[in-house]
Design a protein around this ligand. Structure first.
Ligand code: ASP
Length: 456
């Protein structure tokens, strides 16, 4: 049994929804379909979820992101989107549009409850329309709303967490009688007190992951608009291959900010139950995509190379710091107090560097420096901006850490110097810090030397 989730780009307009219907029809094992709200398309430059957020926050959402779209424009865009979907898919529009308008115009809620309710409408009405369309196309499919299924979330309305009774509720609700399929709107659930709550952005991945886990699916398919996970960023290296198989751990190590193929929390329960996740492309369903597994036999040392940009290094010097018990703990505590996430900490007897996202230092660096100097009586503190961290990942590296020699040699041959080097304790990833100005070239060199021959 397969649970398949279709993201915003897969359900953004009628022609995409037709593709989704064909995909569902083409494999009778696809029994549970989770859908997002419509994403952005050629006519609508914003996602429906963002328009709904804009409406619920009286225009603040787009204003905050410096996007010039008023509350009224958002309202019109939402209504138009669902009107077009109904028309083009031949779905009876009157009741759907009437109740959507009622929901948006007559909502008695306030604060976060109102925002959660509004944004949930994106998935809610999309699932209704897609269900009607699929029925018309001959599928024996039933709409399962999270509030009916008992998809229970904590009452943190805009960042709801799935509560344990949800799993039992799902098992009881989905009986699969009469060869039936089910369609579920993603992203939202209901609190114990009966209010609508949503999970974090991209939360339909979580709905799919939780359903796959609760129903002990054989596979969780995550349909999107890319062929899978690439061995390196294809925007930098267009010839990059899709990685056919990788482990959850490898995917996590390869991911960096900006990588948004998949919501990580959705993996946790699938990983626990060893349910493979298949990332697939709605626009190219023949492609095998990427299979994310709990284990795999490594055929190669390296599976991919990630690059994290806009990093800064805070290098601290103090004589004898290596002997000062609690120094690093206090240092990390200070970063924590400033709400700054710390990445790597290369260290030596009298030196330590902390790598952070430079964005996180904005407006904080002077105070941070003062606190560090005052509390730790440091000798020097240097900040270097515009660094990139290149991370080489592969479970095969554990058995062959010499592979890293090839990487360093390749950089040396092209005279690319590096600022930092670090091996993870699990020995399956290596981090090389380079100046951002040469990071694309470094990535090309490493890709050419380490991955180009393997065909991914
Ligand atoms: N529609 C929601 C969002 O844009 C959830 C999702 O698409 O997964 O974040």
């Amino acid at each position: 049994m397969i649970v398949c989730k279709f993201g915003g780009s897969s359900v953004q307009n009628p022609s995409q929804i037709k593709k989704v219907c064909n995909i569902v029809k083409s494999d009778s094992e696809r029994k549970v379909v989770v859908v997002s709200a419509p994403g952005r398309d050629e006519k609508h430059h914003q996602k429906i979820t963002d328009h709904l957020l804009n409406l619920a926050t009286k225009g603040y959402h787009f204003e905050e992101h410096k996007i010039d779209v008023s509350q009224k424009q958002s309202y019109n865009a939402i209504i138009k989107k669902y009107e077009d979907l109904c028309k083009d898919l031949g779905v009876e529009e009157e009741i759907i549009l009437y109740s959507l308008k009622q929901d948006l115009e007559k909502c008695p809620l306030t604060g976060d409850k109102k925002v959660a309710y509004f944004v949930s409408r994106g998935e809610h009405y999309n699932a209704k329309i897609i269900c009607e369309y699929m029925k018309k196309e001959g599928l024996n499919i039933e709409l399962c709303l999270p509030e009916e299924v008992g998809f229970i979330l904590s009452d943190t309305y805009l960042n709801g967490k799935v509560l344990p009774q949800t799993y039992e509720n799902i098992k009881n609700h989905f009986t699969f009688e009469d060869e039936k399929l089910y369609i579920v709107p993603g992203f939202y659930g209901i609190t114990a007190s009966g209010d609508i709550a949503v999970m974090s952005r991209g939360g339909s991945d979580l709905t799919g992951g939780e359903l796959a886990y609760a129903l002990d699916a054989d596979r969780y398919e995550n349909w999107t608009d890319t062929n899978g996970v690439y061995e390196v960023d294809p925007r930098v290296i267009p010839s990059a291959n899709v990685i056919p198989r990788l482990t959850f751990k490898e995917l996590r190590l390869l991911s960096s900010k900006g990588f948004n193929v998949f919501h990580f929390n959705a993996m946790l329960n699938c990983k626990k139950s060893k349910i493979p996740i298949n990332i697939k492309n709605t626009n190219n369903p023949e492609h095998d995509g990427t299979l994310i597994l709990s284990e795999r036999v490594p055929m190669e040392d390296l599976v991919g190379i990630a690059k994290l940009e806009n990093m800064a290094s805070i290098h601290i010097q103090k004589d004898m710091l290596g002997e000062e018990i609690g120094f690093s703990a206090e240092l990390l505590k200070i970063f924590g107090e400033f709400g700054i996430n710390t990445y790597h900490y290369p260290t030596d007897k009298d030196d330590i560097a902390i790598l952070v996202e430079q964005e996180d230092l904005k407006g904080k660096i002077n105070n941070l420096r003062r606190q560090i100097e005052k509390r730790l009586k440091t000798d020097n503190l240097f900040v270097t901006y515009n660094l990139s961290i290149i991370t080489l990942v592969g479970i095969g590296l554990k058995e062959n850490s010499f592979a890293i020699v090839d990487a360093i040699t390749a950089l040396k041959e092209k005279n690319i110097s590096f600022e930092m080097f670090d091996m993870s304790p699990s020995k399956i990833s290596f981090h090389i810090g380079v100046s951002q100005a040469i990071s694309d070239i470094a990535l090309e060199i490493l890709h050419e030397k380490m991955l180009n021959n393997t065909g991914g």
